[in-house]
Design a protein around this ligand. Structure first.
Ligand SMILES: Cc1ncc(COP(=O)(O)O)c(C=O)c1O
Length: 467
């Protein structure tokens, strides 16, 4: 059963005039108080979502479970802290994310390190920080981690990241990280690279093999996908154990969808980017629940492993935790109509600066000033940057909107802030609403921030800022 989304699907409400409300605050009121573009974080709901995710894994799986929040999806400290209060640990993929985790007080033991392009400096930092696990992505990286471990006189716990050559049906190429042809990530299962890595680990005293990791993409709505990947890896697990290794950990990565937004399929992406035809609006009801995901995963692991050898189940959700609990407010500055051609809403944020994921994902767009105003026309929503592709959505069905009104791009919690740019404009602030209180958790970028990295030539100073 599918149905159109309502504000309550994001834990939001409306007042008597149809204004979008978060707790006691009107979204448009926040926009006018803090300025736009503005991200609004539903802090309490994010924490509750993360608790539900963790509990669903714990309830479904009889073995040990750990949930690590994927920092890459949204590394605003207020977001990370809410996930942490919910009992989630950290998954990081860059020196910056590791530094952030350490500064926020995570112990090395709570951190999993990932990523396809880890530098020697990053690996060294990871080893020195005594992170719990490094997920090794290639044979070259395996040799490098070993060298660094030996130099540090440490024994480092590693997972082997497997590329299972598995692409969920319809997933667009940009998201398909488990594709053998389309994505460089991981050790190649089909050509035997994983077995080669296992053989090498055996001869590397600086490393301790702990298990396997995979991450097959994002926005996955069908829970059976995870069971199918695990079934594909079952022979590898069996052979590894037969070779005398213990598979103590299976790390299934992230990828779980937020039910209130969705990735465009490969076909939809082609049709939208080629012909300007936007896919149908998102509807709820076609997305597995956390309980469905954890149930499928637990049953698959119980089928594959003997009861006394159940591995620890690690998951790394990002999108499913953060995406639905944040929205982005934009002001419509101008409305422009060219008869028989098109009507544009010109706003203060497009994919050149703040909405990059709208290039390949379907997000609901609400009129924050009046959610109930009927959708009567197709418009193209664009941003303020002087380039023709600075689009939020082409040909989207919207109500008639007046300049000065505020629109809300829903589900802006995953990969929006991570991919925003200061292309001519400062990056947005983030305000967090918790109960009836609201606080600024990230201030808007200033012009001084934007100029701060430059060595300015000021009158009388021709040294280029260097002494
Ligand atoms: C290794 C790994 N783990 C976890 C994630 C988080 O994925 P998602 O936000 O889809 O849950 C990603 C995302 O790219 C990833 O690459």
């Amino acid at each position: 059963m599918t149905q159109t989304l309502e504000p309550r699907d994001w834990g939001l409400g409306t007042d008597a005039d149809g204004r979008l409300m978060i707790g006691a605050e009107s979204a448009a009121g926040l926009a006018r108080a803090y300025g736009t573009p503005l991200h609004v974080l539903h802090e309490e709901r994010l924490e509750a979502t993360a608790v539900r995710f963790r509990r669903s894994m714990e309830a479904a799986y009889p073995g040990r479970t750990s949930v690590h929040f994927a920092f890459k999806c949204n590394s605003v400290p207020a977001v990370i802290e809410a996930a942490r209060r919910a009992g989630l640990k950290a998954e990081v993929m860059s020196p910056f994310e590791l530094e952030l985790a350490l500064r926020l007080g995570y112990r090395g033991d709570d951190i999993v390190v990932n990523g396809p392009g880890k530098t020697a400096a990053f690996l060294k930092m990871s080893v020195e920080s005594a992170v719990r696990l490094i997920a090794v992505d290639s044979l070259g990286e395996l040799a490098l981690v070993h060298e660094i471990a030996q130099a540090a006189r440490k024994r480092v716990d590693v997972l082997l990241r497997v590329n299972p050559d598995f692409v969920p049906r319809g997933m667009n190429a940009g998201s398909a990280t488990g594709s053998r042809k389309g994505c460089a990530f991981g050790l190649d299962l089909r050509s035997g690279e994983v077995r080669t890595a296992l053989g090498l680990v055996q001869s590397m005293p600086g490393l301790r093999f702990q298990g396997f990791h995979f991450h097959i993409g994002t926005g996955i709505r069908d829970a059976t996908v995870y069971a199918r990947v695990l079934d594909r890896l079952a022979p590898l697990f069996r052979e590894t154990r037969a070779d005398g290794f213990r598979v103590d950990i299976v790390d299934i990565g992230g990828g779980f969808a937020s039910s209130t937004t969705r990735e465009m399929t490969s076909r939809e992406l082609l049709v939208y980017q080629g012909l300007g035809r936007l896919p149908a609006r998102v509807s709820v009801g076609d997305c597995a629940s956390f309980e469905d995901f954890s149930g499928e995963i637990a049953r698959a692991l119980l089928r594959i492993f003997p009861g006394d050898e159940l591995p620890e189940l690690i998951s790394e959700p990002g999108r499913s935790i953060a995406s639905p609990n944040q929205f982005l407010l934009l002001t419509v500055s101008y409305v422009k109509t060219r008869p028989k051609v098109r009507k544009w809403l010109i706003t203060d944020g497009g994919l050149g600066t703040v909405t990059l994921p709208t290039f390949y994902e379907c997000h609901e767009v609400l009129l924050a000033d009046d959610v109930r105003r009927p959708r009567t026309e197709n418009v193209t929503i664009v941003g303020p940057v002087c380039f023709a592709s600075d689009i939020v959505y082409r040909n989207i069905r919207m109500p008639e909107i007046r300049p000065g009104e505020i629109i809300a791009i829903m589900d802006s919690g995953a990969y929006f802030i991570a991919q925003e740019s200061s292309f001519g404009f400062p990056r947005p602030a983030v305000v967090a609403v918790k109960g009836n209180t609201c606080r600024l958790v990230r201030r808007r970028e200033t012009f001084v921030d934007l100029m701060g990295r430059d060595i300015l030539l000021t009158p009388g100073d021709h040294s280029g800022g260097q002494s």
